[in-house]
Design a protein around this ligand. Sequence first.
Ligand code: SME
Length: 150
Amino acid sequence: MIDGDAIVGELESRRAAGDGRDALVAAAVRMIEGADEAYDWVGVYLLDGEELVLGPYVGKPTDHTRIPVGRGVCGTAVAQDRDLNVPDVHAIENYLACSLETASELVVLVRRADGSIAGQLDLDSHRRAAFGKRDERELRKVADWLGGLF
Ligand code: SME
C-alpha cells in the first residue's frame, strides 16, 4: 500500500542532496510504481499549453506521448480541473487505451502553489477498481509536493 509521507520524505532527502526537478519527478514515479502491485503503469504528464506531454514513466511504452486537453481520461481531468478515478475504463467513451490490459485508471493533478495545473500523475491498473480513497489521498500528498517544484 502506498505511503505518501514516506515517498515525500525520500524526495526531501534527495532534494537536500542536490537532485533537480527532473530527477525528483522521475524518482517519484519509480517510488509510486513500486508501492503497490496493483499499479501497472505510472507516469507523469506535464501540461504544455493545450497539450499534456509525457514525462518519466514506468511500464509499457505508450503511443499517447501527447494528449490534447479534453481527450481521454488524462485530458478530461485537466479540462474539468479535477482528479479522476475511473474504476472501469471500458465503461467510458472518452478513453485512450494505453494498453488493452488496463482496467482502471487514476489521474491526480499536480498543481503549482497558485493552484494552476503543472501536470498530473497517471496510474493504470490491470485490475478493475484498483484505486480507492487511500490511493487518492496518498498520491495527493506526493502530487502536492511535486507541485512545489514548478
Ligand atoms: N488512458 C489515458 C491515456 C494515457 S495511457 O493510459 C498511459 C487516457 O485515457 O487519457
